[in-house]
Ligand binder design. Sequence first.
Ligand SMILES: [Zn+2]
Length: 127
Amino acid sequence: MTRTDPRAWLEERHALADAARQIPWTVGEVTEYDYDGAQRPQAAVMSSSHGPITWDDHAGDVFDPPDAAFISDARSSVPAMAAALTAVLDLHPDVHGECHMCSDERGPKPFPCPTRRAVEAALGGEG
Ligand SMILES: [Zn+2]
């Protein structure tokens, strides 16, 4: 597995969030539609000024209400989580190959420190 650079990953998340519409997203009205003879609930992701973010094409799972709730929540929660993780990384900088935040009685830990490795592992890297 390749090493994940958490800062590059976070910068990509910030860029995606910045490029998206800068207004809150919500779940639209849940309606039922006929899908192969069964009534299935559907809901679009909505913005307050532009209407639907997703579109009703009766494709099924894309508009499942829990999926719509997750997508609309991600609009605000992903940037908040990226900011929180950036703050954690800011507390554990590489200072000449060491992390002084992770010091113990023997001194600073080599960089990447345990915190940095844990973040990398959570993002799918080697950690
Ligand atoms: Zn550290």
